[in-house]
Write a new protein. Structure first.
Length: 152
């Protein structure tokens, strides 16, 4: 089970990229979005829920395996946060790139209250701050879509 947890937590090994593994995890999230962007709304929401549930479990196990509270190799949180950023927005390539950049900014800067969520125990703390960063990214991306395109 540890191998499966590490495989999920590292997003299929993206977390082992030697430079900027979080960015690699976000790229996996955008790739996953790109392949699923035409799914129905319930299917997209289900995907996010499954990634989050698997992420909490896998991140908890991987943290024990790597003997660190929030190991850099664990990037399933970036995958989940990136998916939340673009959830149900139906953005094209430009929107996906903007969503990628916005999420990375919020994930790195961790504005209030995002940083506080890291204090949650185990996989919950690993996942929650990125999900909150993704929610902030979603609000910003939704606002940009509304202002630029008049999309309701």
């Amino acid at each position: 089970m540890t191998r499966l947890a590490v495989l999920i937590a590292t997003a299929g090994g993206a977390g082992f990229v030697p430079v900027a593994p979080g960015t690699a995890g976000s790229a996996v999230g955008i790739a996953l979005y790109w392949f699923t962007r035409h799914w129905s709304a319930p299917a997209q929401v289900t995907l996010v829920i499954v990634v989050c549930a698997a992420g909490v479990w896998a991140a908890s196990r991987a943290a024990l395996h790597f003997r660190r509270k929030d190991p850099g190799q664990v990037v399933i949180d970036e995958v989940a946060g990136q998916l939340v950023t673009v959830l149900l927005l139906g953005v094209g390539a430009a929107g996906a790139i903007l969503g990628f950049l916005v999420f990375r900014l919020f994930d790195i800067v961790k504005p209030w209250p995002v940083r506080r969520l890291e204090a949650l125990p185990g996989g919950w703390g690993i996942m929650a701050d990125d999900l909150a960063a993704g929610a902030l990214g979603w609000v910003l991306l939704r606002g940009v879509s509304y202002l630029a395109l008049g999309v309701a």
